[in-house]
Design a protein around this ligand. Structure first.
Ligand SMILES: Nc1ncnc2c1ncn2[C@@H]1O[C@H](COP(=O)(O)OP(=O)(O)OP(=O)(O)O)[C@@H](O)[C@H]1O
Ligand SMILES: NC(=O)c1ccc[n+]([C@@H]2O[C@H](COP(=O)(O)O)[C@@H](O)[C@H]2O)c1
Length: 275
């Protein structure tokens, strides 16, 4: 019997992580179990990429703190790492660009090994050229695949008018892959079924059903913190200590960016809706 080829996978989670919660960590475990159960994949690394301050979401505290909390939360993990590249960018970056950056990093060694002009230089090119380059590259190489890891709310946000560029969704889902964790109130299977664009790539979308309904969200955690309620068991202990020592979340911190009339994402969406 022919042995099935096992592909190495790196999981990338992008988000605010304001703050990181146990659910964010659990997402990685769920995704790894699910992919490895198929017998087709071996998950070798998880990357947490907190969004930069320029995202200007209401209540978003400084990236330096969000990074440090994510580092504390993953200190005991031998496979989940925190990456600061996205958070250090002066401007907000679309997720497709973050995925591209990490894909390039992963394959940088390969690129150095040969002279072939690959996606490494794709940054300056049009996105469709990038797509075919990534596909060609993936066909040629045995290197790890990069998959975006997210909750079902992010998948469903693909349908919010002008929030995501179609070519970005095609690049993320079509060229790389998506692992989506169910959240209560979401139905990712139905969502994928109803979208012709996503259905085209449905084999690249791995839906992981979280049977232990878990609605820990950073919003709930911040709310509890500013009301002085316990958040024990929702976040790692060392993250709670970090927050409490610095009094990071308060009514005041929740008002951060509240006066921003056009946050970068809205600017981008209104620009693309008028073009
Ligand atoms: N309870 C959950 N179940 C499944 N996915 C989750 C859950 N909580 C967060 N995620 C996912 O984690 C990723 C990063 O989350 P992010 O910090 O941006 O969102 P969040 O925890 O929902 O925060 P907020 O409440 O501030 O919007 C996203 O893909 C999000 O969908
Ligand atoms: N067009 C895009 O690439 C796009 C749009 C909306 C959110 N995102 C990303 O999704 C993640 C989660 O965002 P929220 O915390 O706003 O749900 C963030 O990393 C953000 O950068 C990307």
């Amino acid at each position: 019997m022919q042995k099935q080829k096992v592909t190495e996978v790196v999981l990338l989670a992008c988000g605010s992580f304001n703050p990181i919660t146990n659910m964010h960590l659990r997402m990685f475990e769920l995704a790894r179990d699910h992919l490895q159960d198929t017998g087709q994949y071996n998950v070798v690394k998880g990357i947490i990429s907190p969004v930069g301050d320029a995202y200007r979401k209401k209540g978003l505290i400084e990236a330096s703190h969000r990074l440090e909390m994510a580092r504390l939360a993953t200190a005991n993990s031998d496979w989940i790492k925190v990456d600061d590249w996205e958070s250090l960018q002066a401007e907000w970056l679309e997720t497709a660009k973050v995925v591209r950056h990490h894909y390039e990093e992963l394959h940088a060694e390969d690129h150095n090994k040969d002279d072939v002009d690959t996606v490494h230089h794709g940054k300056k090119r049009r996105v469709d050229e990038n797509h075919s380059e990534i596909s060609r590259h993936q066909e040629r190489r045995d290197g790890p695949k990069l998959m975006l890891l997210c909750g079902a709310d992010v998948l469903e946000s693909f349908a919010v008018p002008n929030l995501w560029k179609q070519e970005d969704i095609a690049e993320i889902v079509g060229c790389h892959g998506l692992v989506c964790i169910t959240r209560s109130g979401s139905d990712p299977y139905k969502f994928i079924h109803q979208s012709d664009d996503l259905w085209q790539h449905h084999r690249n979308i791995h839906v992981v059903h979280e049977w232990i309904t878990n609605e820990i969200s950073a919003t709930h955690v911040r709310r509890a913190l500013r009301r002085g309620y316990s958040v024990r068991y929702l976040l790692p202990e060392n993250v709670i200590d970090y927050i409490q020592e610095r009094r990071l979340y308060s009514a005041e911190s929740e008002q951060k960016n509240a006066d921003i009339i056009l946050a970068p994402l809205q600017r981008y969406t209104s620009a693309s809706s008028s073009s």
